[in-house]
Design a protein around this ligand. Structure first.
Ligand code: MN
Length: 230
């Protein structure tokens, strides 16, 4: 039968060893560093929660991303990204790392003004979090090469100035706990990415800014903010 229009191309993330990781879905953990939870005005002992983004929100490191419409407060959030390599539902935390292919640096770009309005009105976060180019991603490093880090610096610079400077040891909910939690709601699949939350120091960007996310042992994720989307 005739196809009415061309299907979208697959979203393919690059790995550090020159292969392609087909991206399936994005899960993002909220408020997973105590200092960031406090700067958002929240208690840091809340149970984990997550939201989702479309795979097509992924853009590779090195990209220039458009300043999105419908916001005047476009924020960066530097995050450790977990790349799922094996399917599973109701995964036990003790065995969760068996489902991890690898790790990358990434950014959970956010329309902060839209998020706060949604939060205050008890509305969904979709328009605040899930939009074109909202999920920059560095190269994916295989856990077989880099291990499963539970400590290490996570930092973000804007035009060379350090704005976020935390440590993976500060994660409230660890990578295995996050995988276990999400897998109680969804059958995780190869290609799923989990953005694990951001340390304190989030802030606004403007056209022309260059953001660099660095995490010990992983390659950087670098993006430049371009002009408004047209
Ligand atoms: Mn985030």
């Amino acid at each position: 039968m005739d196809m009415l229009f061309a299907p979208p191309p697959p979203v393919l993330a690059a790995t550090s060893d020159g292969r392609l990781f087909p991206v399936r879905r994005l899960f993002c953990i909220g408020r997973n560093y105590a200092a960031h939870a406090r700067e958002m005005g929240m208690d840091d002992r809340d149970p984990p929660f997550f939201f989702t983004k479309w795979a097509e929100a992924v853009v590779p490191t090195g990209a220039t991303i458009a300043y999105p419409p419908m916001t005047a407060d476009f924020h960066y959030e530097a995050e450790l990204v977990v790349a799922i390599g094996a399917a599973g539902r109701n995964i036990e935390a003790a065995r969760a790392l068996e489902h991890v292919h690898g790790y990358a640096t990434g950014l959970d770009m956010t329309r902060r003004d839209v998020q706060f309005e949604a939060r205050d009105k008890g509305r969904p976060w979709d328009a605040a979090k899930n939009f074109e180019q909202a999920a920059p991603l560095g190269l994916i490093h295989a856990a077989a090469d880099v291990g499963h880090s539970t400590t290490g610096r996570i930092a973000l610079t804007v035009n060379g100035d350090t704005r976020q400077d935390g440590d993976l040891a500060e994660l409230i909910w660890t990578v295995p706990e996050v995988i276990a939690h999400i897998s109680r709601y969804y059958a995780l699949q190869p290609g799923d990415l989990i953005y694990t939350g951001t340390p304190a120091g989030v802030g606004a960007v403007t056209t022309g800014d260059t953001l660099v996310v660095s995490i010990d042992g992983l390659s950087d994720c670098t993006v430049t903010i371009g002009p408004a989307a047209v």
